[in-house]
Design a protein around this ligand. Structure first.
Ligand code: ATP
Ligand code: MG
Length: 439
């Protein structure tokens, strides 16, 4: 069997009905090819969710697809030509177009592929039943492994023998849990999960970047804590990221960031959720910082991510729901509203995850810290080094910086109230006192 039989229909919407999408499909058809949606877009359309990336399977060889598209003026990028994938770029969005293919040789990380004209062979090499559903531009659905039933029943099921499919590509272990977090209904499929446990060692050869990407996708699901718990229970995280060893804090974090707090600046955030997986409340700041840096290296986080991550885990232990208004403002001034919110959320989740948890009153106190960040208007020290120089309080050089620091402390101690004249007067009084001392 090489062709697929239609099994149902769906009503196209969103990017599926964009003019540019029709141009892509028409260009391929005019060149004698056949193209169908596949993967995420079909899965999401069956669930009537928002549609994002468009994956298309096509029976033209990649070079032919490029010719077909360029002929009608569509821009093409050869993203993964060796594996049969090119990307068409239009105003409406981009389209990943992959030639029907089979994996002829696999080593757990990469596959050597061969092109085929068999839609069924192409379906069989895909990972899960609901990722191998195809759809014509008019909405005709082809679902060779009854993935739609699995999708509706929340079952992430490998196509073929799970253990074999994992040995072909160990990244599928993480994809299994990622799709479980997004589409699965607990309990997790024990056959798939056991196969993942057996194959976990294979993940040690997968690059940190690919692991990070999958983990972040998983952590973007609305409520991933249960699945992360499965990843710990089935030995996946203990094998690759033993620092991620608790989910109680993530349970609170996911509730705070996606349900409890109606604050526009707060949304599910994979990095913050990651922090909630290993931070413990009574760790010292130094311990937290070291663990954070180790994890950042293991996942090859970018410099920006590493800094943000380190900032939140080192700052969270310093947050106290009863902080004085002055201390809150001092923190907001020093680290900014975003970093302060990160630290508060992390501290709050940590605190609320251990008995006796948080009373309603305590939750209100935590919430008031978040409100302080929301209402914070950034302020700037009202004097600069050149003012000190002009007033003749110090010559050009390091002394200027020292005086600025002193002015800043004074300004912070007085609730940002002193203006430029007050600060200059304060500095003048300091230097007078200094002169008297040296006399
Ligand atoms: P999303 O784009 O929402 O992350 P997706 O299912 O579209 O999800 P992609 O990574 O875009 O995932 O892959 C597109 C399709 O390619 C998948 O649906 C699946 O059929 C196939 N696929 C991707 N990665 C693998 C893999 N490692 N093993 C087998 N099939 C895969
Ligand atoms: Mg996709």
């Amino acid at each position: 069997m090489t062709a697929l039989e239609p099994t149902g229909r769906l009503q196209p919407y969103g990017i599926m009905v964009a003019d540019d999408t029709a141009r892509v499909f028409d260009a391929i058809a005019q060149h004698g090819g056949q193209a169908r949606y596949v993967g995420g877009i079909v899965r999401d359309a069956l669930l009537k969710r928002d549609l994002h990336d468009v994956d298309i399977a096509c029976d033209l060889k990649p070079e032919e697809t490029v010719i077909a598209l360029e002929k009608v003026g569509i821009r093409v990028v050869p993203t993964g030509l060796k594996h049969g994938t090119i990307t068409a770029i239009t105003d409406a969005g981009s389209y990943e177009i992959t030639t029907l293919r089979v994996d002829v040789e696999t080593n757990g990380r990469h596959a050597e592929v061969a092109f085929t004209d068999s839609w069924f062979a192409d379906a069989k090499r895909r990972d899960f039943t609901f990722n191998a559903i195809y759809c014509d531009p008019d909405g005709t659905v082809y679902d060779p492994f009854d993935g739609e039933t699995d999708l509706r029943e929340g079952r992430v099921r490998f196509i073929g023998v799970a253990e074999n499919r994992i040995a072909e590509d160990y990244l599928r272990i993480l994809r299994f849990f990622r799709f479980q977090a997004w589409f699965g209904r607990p309990p997790i499929d024990p056959v798939g999960a056991e196969a993942c446990r057996k194959g976990a060692q294979g993940l040690l050869d997968i690059s940190a970047e690919r692991i990070r990407e999958e983990l972040f996708k998983l952590l973007r699901a609305k409520s991933p804590a249960g699945t992360v718990g499965d990843m710990i229970g089935f030995g996946i995280l203990p094998t690759i990221l033993p620092q991620l060893a608790r989910t109680d804090c993530l349970r609170i974090m996911q509730w705070l960031d996606s349900t409890a707090l109606a604050v526009p600046a707060i949304r599910p955030d994979p990095l913050r959720r990651l922090a909630s997986l290993f931070v413990t409340g009574d760790n010292g700041a130094d311990d937290n910082l070291e663990a954070a840096e180790q994890l950042a290296r293991a996942l090859r986080l970018s410099n920006e991510q590493t800094e943000r991550f380190a900032a939140m885990v080192s700052h969270a232990p310093l947050i106290d729901p009863n902080m004085s208004v002055d201390d809150i403002r001092r923190d907001l001034y020093r680290i900014g509203a975003d970093a302060f919110r990160d630290a508060v959320l992390l501290a709050w989740s940590t605190r609320a995850s251990v008995p006796p948890r948080c009373s309603r009153q305590e939750n209100e106190e935590w919430k008031s810290l978040i409100d302080a960040a929301t209402n914070w208007q950034p302020v700037k020290l009202p004097i600069q080094g050149r003012d000190i120089l002009a007033a003749g309080l110090a010559p050009a050089g390091p002394r200027i910086g020292e005086l600025l620091k002193q002015a800043e402390n004074y300004w912070l101690d007085h609730g940002f109230a002193p203006g430029p004249d007050d600060l200059m007067a304060y500095l003048a009084s300091l230097s007078k006192a200094g002169e008297q001392e040296t006399q």
